[in-house]
Design a protein around this ligand. Structure first.
Ligand SMILES: NC(=O)c1ccc[n+]([C@@H]2O[C@H](COP(=O)([O-])OP(=O)(O)OC[C@H]3O[C@@H](n4cnc5c(N)ncnc54)[C@H](OP(=O)(O)O)[C@@H]3O)[C@@H](O)[C@H]2O)c1
Length: 296
């Protein structure tokens, strides 16, 4: 009999990841603050738990895919939360993007309750999650990682075991720091190029594919040209990740002047109403351009 799996957090990413576990025949118990988002999974046979605690009692492995550390902590700790209701020796796999010191704290909380913990954040946004091609950055004990490897392979195609607790989160925060800075740098370059009278088309055609631009930026061209920034990765979560990078730098005595400035650029973009748009909307913030070309 296949193990019973719990999934908490059915947003852009979690809904797609849980659906892929379901496609492989796993029986799911799910919970989401906004229940309506669970509906497609319930129609495919999942059951909905009324609280994280009720969910925890039923499962052998629990995945969380929540927005930020506070959301994870609220779901995990406290009287009616899941950590004290998981079975002894159950496995909790946190896929949320959080800071490494938070992952270590959750690992310690879990250990006190004889629950095994793995941090397993992912790279790849909504379409990649739907295609089960995520990369998992994993921190935890090797024996636990091997146990959940088949589950991760239902949702992704690459698993990097980076080390002990917190090392998956460490890799993830470095990657998002690079993505966030690269997107903001591209937006600023475009602002200057367009300001100098170069057409947006000319800039895209000439710059994409060169070493000057991070390859992922090509996937954002259509959003920028259409002005339709439906979120694959919400801008407010990129700002959160830049903040978590900044917190991690503070904790480890590292200076990060560039990332701290970029973090504030995303915050200003949020203030201008771009918070729930895709993070590539930092282009709109930097240039003031919506879908139409400047002057068109
Ligand atoms: N989207 C991407 O491309 C991408 C890629 C890699 C990693 N990530 C990371 O994956 C995580 C989820 O991102 P997402 O894109 O799926 O975001 P999302 O669509 O905004 O989903 C966020 C999830 O967290 C829940 N949540 C938020 N605040 C909460 C709170 N205070 N208490 C309880 N639940 C709360 C939401 O519940 P409701 O449905 O009730 O709001 C939802 O289930 C984040 O850590 C993000 O940084 C995202």
């Amino acid at each position: 009999m296949k193990m019973k799996i719990g999934f908490i957090g059915l947003g852009i990413m979690g809904s797609r990841m849980a659906a892929n576990l379901q496609k492989h025949g796993y029986s799911l118990v799910v919970f989401n603050r906004t229940r309506a988002k669970a509906q497609p999974l319930l129609e495919q046979g999942a059951s909905f738990a009324e609280s994280p605690a009720k969910l925890a009692e039923q499962v052998d492995v629990l995945f969380t895919m929540l927005a930020h550390p506070d959301a994870v902590e609220q779901a995990a700790l406290g009287r009616n939360r899941f950590l004290s209701h998981l079975k002894s020796n159950a496995l909790w796999v946190d896929c949320s993007s959080v800071n490494p010191s938070f992952s270590k704290k959750m690992a310690a909380e879990a250990a006190q309750r004889e629950v095994h913990f793995i941090d397993a954040p992912v790279t790849g946004s909504a379409p990649v999650a739907a295609e089960a091609k995520l990369v998992f950055w994993v921190g935890g004990d090797a024996i636990d990682v091997e146990m959940i490897r088949p589950l991760l392979l239902c949702m992704g195609n690459k698993i990097i075991h980076a080390g002990g607790h917190g090392m998956g989160a460490s890799m993830k925060i470095v990657i998002n720091l690079l993505l966030g800075n690269a997107m903001a740098a591209f937006a600023e370059g475009m602002a200057l190029g367009e300001g100098l009278g170069i057409s947006r088309k000319m800039l895209f055609d000439s710059l994409l594919g060169t070493p000057a631009v991070a390859p992922f930026v090509a996937t954002k061209r259509q959003k920028i040209e259409s002005g339709n920034y439906e979120a694959e990765f919400p801008l407010r979560w990129m700002q959160k990740d830049m903040h978590l990078a900044s917190v991690s730098a503070y904790e480890s005595g590292v200076a990060m002047p560039l990332t701290n400035v970029t973090k504030e650029i995303y915050r200003l973009a949020m203030r201008d109403g771009h918070d729930t748009k895709d993070f590539s909307a930092v282009y709109e913030f930097a240039t003031g351009n919506t879908g139409k070309e400047r002057g068109a």
